[in-house]
Ligand binder design. Sequence first.
Ligand code: NOJ
Length: 554
Amino acid sequence: MIEDLWYKNAVIYCLSVDSFMDSNGDGVGDFEGLERRLDYLQGLGVTAIWLMPFQPSPGRDNGYDVSDHYGVDPRYGTLGDFVAFTHAAKQRGLKVLIDLVVNHTSDQHPWFRSARSSPDSPYRDWYVWSKTKPPHAHEGMVFPGVQTTTWTYDREAKAYYFHRFYEFQPDLNTANPMVQAEILKIMGFWIQLGVSGFRMDAVPFVIARKGPDVSGEPEEQFGLLRLFREFLQWRQGDAIILAEANVLPKQDLDYFGDDADRMHMMFNFQVNQHLFYALASGDDRPLVKALKKTRCRPASAQWALFLRNHDELDLGRLTEAQRQTVFSAFGPDPGMQLYDRGIRRRLAPMLGGDRRRLELAYSLMFTLPGTPVLRYGDEIGMGDDLALPERECARTPMQWSDEPQGGFTRHPTPANLPISGGPYGYEHVNAAEQRHDPQSLLNWIERIIRMRKEVPEIGWGDFSVLDAGAPGVLAIRYDWRNNAVLCLHNLKAEPQEVAFATGLDGDGRHLIDLLTGERSLADGNDRHTVLLEGYGYRWYRVGGLDYLLKRSPI
Ligand code: NOJ
């Protein structure tokens, strides 16, 4: 049964409809444009697409301020275009996940407009109010430096309302059964239109108790997670929820559920931050600790692994010294940092455009325990525009070709301009050129995705960290149903000779390099000796010829 769980070994690609492909020349990406690019995505080998919010919205937080949960923003198309898109994705075997933003709405949402208009509004209790300014109004801001409070006075309502995020994003009162019923209705709606699940936004805040008397770490309503899951599973058995929950490892099981009855997947923020620390410092030990701390999860649950996403690289879970190490390596300039905790750059410029480091980072993401999530544009090494405010710098349009506006739109002056000029401009970094270059990052990513699909042990198996006998070399073995895979990564810039045992007998003393097809047998002491280049990596299948006949890597 476990093989049926598609998300355990998926390759997810996330994108924003508005910055992917514009079909009608109005300067804004749309569903028709996205549909025309589905063959590109299928060719790349991804198996699922996660769409960031595309519902009607004033667009003050990149769509995370939804003003109608049952529609498509007219700039991107119609519901009809949406269904045409999900159908076209399905024809190509691609699953579609969409963002589910229900911690808050836009202040322009009809629910909030009604709620603020009168204490008697049927929607008044859909939000969180206080007659007086709560004592903790200046605590718990998610965007410090930009957001100054979590309670704002509304003249029309003559009361303060709670907003965990920006003031134009009033929090929904998720303890209200009417709000809960509406959330289920929203899920049911999109499921009916062809999606395979949701990336649920801000989950710890969705389930937190909210109110003027709440401060510090609010009590969580975990029962809600079960409610969401049960509903979804009844409607569509293979649909999933991927939770955005940057929580401590000790809380992981609260979110997954001991009985696998809560979230199917969660982003592994713990591993993400320590992975960047490992890349910055060459020290893999804190990463190993993070992997071990997040090991425990129900068999049917899965981690989502990512490098960069549409937000800042949040380093808030590292120690101060570790965070400073990452800042000085990847975002030394204060203009590259954000919210006192993160870096707002894209991956390629963070790694100095160094191909060896990019491959190392991706190879790690593809071989650590979980399901990889790629961000659009990172497969061609897109850069950022630090002149743009906050997180906008890493949300510029996809660079398709060296045509005007990077082939993203025919519009001469789109509001969201692709990066032009300089080493990351579309003139140099674009998908068309990389398609034709066998050595390009794009083609390398395509190959690594193919390889990842050939090692399902990573998604299904359990892992052990082996001793590679060299500092900064991470050696991980996965085991699943008598199959094993072993991956080595050298986090240091210098070449290192490593000697290690697979830890398995008999056939398990053989290794097959999945990149080159080369075979090797352990020496008399059961050890393999390998010279790893600086930032080098290897993926091996463990086993002899018999094994090869069973699962050929070709
Ligand atoms: C998390 C999203 O990833 C982020 O982009 C957004 O600003 C907040 N949630 C609020 O929805």
